[in-house]
Design a protein around this ligand. Structure first.
Ligand code: ADE
Length: 240
C-alpha cells in the first residue's frame, strides 16, 4: 500500500497509554482542540499524521473519528490499542489485525433482526463491517516483520469490559470463530469511516484474555500491549 506524501494518517487510541509512544515520535507538533478531544498534528517518518485520544467506549470513539474526518480529512484512520483475547490461541502481547469489525452489543433481537445489525441512514444495512484490505495487509506485514504472533479476523466492540468466559463464548457464538479480540472502540471508528467513506484499519495487541483474570491482567499488561501496537504502527507508517 502506498499513500501520497501529503495524505494525512489519522490515529485514534482510547487511552493515553495507547498513543503516548506515537506522540513521542511526532515532530513539528501542534495541537487543535475540538470539544473535549485534542488532535495532535505533526510528522512521523515524513508522513503527516493526526493523533487523538478518544476516551473509552463507542460514543467517544465515534465522535473523535467524526470530528477528525470533518476537520482534517484524513486519507486513512487507524484505531490502535489493547484488547481482550477471544481466540484461545492469542496471549498477552499478541496482535490482532481487523479484516472486519462488529458491534457485539447492538441488539434488536426482540424485533427479529440478527444481533449486530447496523442500519445506516441511507437505509442500507450490514452486520460485519469490512476494513480497508490494503490497510489490513500493510498492518499485518508490519506486525509480522516485528516477529509478533499476529492473527487477522474480526474485532468485536461493545460498551462493556469483558471479564467472563460466558460473555466471551456468547460473542463468538453470535459472530463466529473468526472473532479474535474484544475491545470498546474499533467498530465504532470503522462505522464512522463507513458513513464517510474513509479508509480505515484496526490494530490491537492483547492485554488480557477477557476472562476472570482480566481485571488483574489488564492493568498489568496494558503498557506492554500498547507498546507492541504502537511499534507495529510505526513500521506501518514508514512502509506506506
Ligand atoms: N480492552 C482490553 N481488554 C478488554 C476487555 N477484556 N474487554 C473490553 N475491552 C478491552
Amino acid at each position: 500500500m502506498k499513500l501520497n506524501e501529503n495524505d494525512l494518517i489519522g490515529i485514534i487510541g482510547a487511552m493515553q497509554s495507547e498513543i503516548d509512544k506515537l506522540l513521542g515520535l511526532l515532530s513539528k507538533r501542534h495541537d487543535v482542540v475540538l470539544g473535549k478531544h485534542t488532535f495532535h498534528i505533526g510528522i512521523i517518518d515524513s508522513h503527516p499524521v493526526v493523533i487523538s485520544r478518544a476516551g473509552v467506549g463507542k460514543v467517544n470513539a465515534a465522535v473523535c473519528a467524526a470530528s477528525m474526518i470533518m476537520k482534517f480529512s484524513p486519507a486513512v484512520i487507524i484505531n490502535i490499542g489493547v484488547a481482550g483475547a477471544l481466540d484461545p490461541v492469542l496471549t498477552v502481547g499478541d496482535v490482532a489485525v481487523a479484516d472486519s469489525a462488529v458491534e457485539h452489543d447492538l441488539d434488536y433481537g426482540v424485533l427479529g433482526d440478527p444481533r449486530g445489525s447496523i442500519f445506516y441512514p441511507d437505509a442500507s444495512n450490514e452486520i460485519v463491517m469490512p476494513t480497508d484490505k490494503d490497510v489490513a495487509d500493510a498492518l499485518f506485514a508490519a506486525a509480522s516483520s516485528l516477529g509478533l504472533h499476529t492473527l487477522r479476523g474480526t474485532i468485536a466492540s461493545g460498551d462493556v469490559f469483558v471479564s467472563d468466559p460466558a460473555k466471551k463464548a456468547d460473542i463468538r457464538a453470535a459472530f463466529g470463530d473468526t472473532v479474535r479480540v474484544c475491545e470498546m472502540e474499533g467498530a465504532a471508528i470503522v462505522h464512522v469511516c463507513r458513513l464517510w467513506n474513509v479508509r480505515c484499519g484496526v490494530l490491537r495487541s492483547v492485554s488480557d484474555s477477557a476472562d476472570g483474570n482480566a481485571e488483574v491482567d489488564f492493568p498489568t499488561f496494558t503498557r506492554l500491549a500498547a507498546e507492541n501496537a504502537a511499534n507495529v504502527l510505526r513500521i506501518f507508517i514508514a512502509s506506506v
